[in-house]
Design a protein around this ligand. Structure first.
Ligand code: COA
Length: 378
């Protein structure tokens, strides 16, 4: 690349070195710090993965217990955040409520500008612990219900479902949701992670970096795609409508949400795992219509887009999995953030430990030098 070229979308550009995650987009491999995503999905828990990302190794039993205790202790929201959530309830979307609550947590933390590794890890755990409380609280309040207090005997994911629904999830629901949390935790240098690193590179604090990341994740080309997939499948409605709906959408130059990826040129391994979980849920679900329609849409797209490197990504099946768990669609993207907070903060630990200001260039294509003309003469 020369100073005369533009790396559009920064495709193929390494903007940082990382020990956190490796993706092979041709083979469909996703590895967190040496561990294959299939192994983590089969054997691990979200808390273990959080520890892995923050420490680059799996915890022993005592370390895992300490992290679980810490997360439990950090679950309650600051009083100001709770009061503001009550004030704005129903007026903003949950993703904005999440973004706002991160900013409030930062504003109230006297240690926010302490960028030492130890303090940053405290912040990382705090934000990870609080996000489920924010979303569950906001969702309860907007239904006119009182928030449900967290349960100390439940793990991170099961406790979220408990606080959200006021009903303890069964074993399958808790496990499926925990695996979805593992799958979304980290993904190398995606747009939201990069925006977090750009913010941190000015030595702004971790809270502001995470608020930047949440704003970036929100867009439909990134984390917003899971909610967009839900809307697409919902709008299609029946199997018979799939061809005409997709044809019309492509004719308008729009994209099929949940399909395609900058890095994967085969099926995203997370989509493979989520489809499997979807089948497990569908086998016992009272309403599997949406999942079945997603499978038909996937099969139709495979034929329609044959020869193009466009395959289901993580968002394609997360929508149906969340739907079968009874979660409303405007929480899908905030739930993505609730998991990715671990990957974002892990990348921030790397960035603060070896920081250099991110300040690229732009290729100027504007007018040549001009004489300034006073407004009266224009
Ligand atoms: N539906 C239809 N066509 C798509 C497509 C989709 N979802 N994704 C990419 N394409 C097409 C583009 O139109 C383009 O075609 P062209 O070369 O004929 O113009 C080609 O594939 C390459 O697209 P490009 O935008 O250069 O790829 P990208 O790497 O910048 O885009 C995404 C990656 C993820 C933004 C893109 O695949 C997309 O918009 N997917 C839908 C949103 C989504 O699911 N996002 C979540 C990602 S995890």
């Amino acid at each position: 690349m020369t100073s005369e070229t533009v790396a559009r979308g920064l495709e193929g550009v390494n903007v940082a070195a990382t020990k956190l995650c490796r993706i092979d987009g041709q083979k469909g491999e996703l590895i967190y710090s040496g561990y294959d995503i299939y192994d983590l999905a089969d054997h691990s828990t979200f808390e273990e993965v959080a520890f892995l990302l923050w420490n680059l190794r799996l915890p022993n039993a005592a370390e895992l217990t300490a992290l679980q205790d810490n997360l439990r202790a950090e679950r309650p929201l600051p009083d100001l955040a709770s009061r503001i959530l009550r004030e704005i309830v129903g007026q903003i979307r949950p993703m904005r409520a999440l973004e706002m609550s991160v900013i409030i947590s930062g504003a109230l933390d006297p240690q926010s500008s302490d960028l030492t590794n130890a303090q940053l890890k405290v912040t990382a755990a705090r934000l990870t612990a609080r996000m489920p409380t924010v979303l569950a609280t906001y969702h309860r309040l907007r239904q006119g219900l009182e928030p449900v207090a967290p349960r100390d005997d439940l793990g991170h994911s099961a406790n979220f479902l408990w606080m959200l629904n006021g009903r303890e999830p069964n074993e399958l629901e808790a496990r499926v949701f925990d695996v979805a949390m593992i799958l979304h935790a980290e993904h190398e240098m995606n747009a939201s992670t990069f925006s977090a690193l750009v913010t941190a590179s000015t030595l702004s604090d971790m809270y502001s970096a995470i608020a930047s990341a949440i704003g970036t994740l929100k867009g439909p080309l990134h984390g917003g795609a899971n909610e967009a997939v839900y809307k697409l499948v919902d709008a299609i409605g029946t199997e018979q409508n799939i061809p005409s709906h997709v044809e019309a959408l492509l004719a308008r130059g729009e994209r099929v949400m949940g399909i395609g990826h900058r890095v994967y040129k085969t099926t995203d391994p997370r989509a493979i795992i989520l489809e499997k979980l979807g089948h497990e849920l569908a086998a016992v679900s009272a309403d599997r219509k949406y999942f079945d329609l997603s499978l038909k849409l996937r099969d139709y797209l495979a034929r329609k887009l044959e020869g193009k490197p466009l395959y289901p990504n993580v968002d394609f099946f997360s929508a149906s999995v969340y739907k079968m768990l009874g979660i409303p669609s405007d929480l899908y993207t905030p739930i993505f953030a609730m998991s990715r907070i671990t990957g974002w903060t892990a990348h921030l630990l790397e960035q603060y430990a070896d920081n250099r200001l991110v300040r690229p260039n732009a290729l100027y294509e504007g007018a040549g030098n001009r004489e300034y003309v006073e407004i009266a003469s224009r």
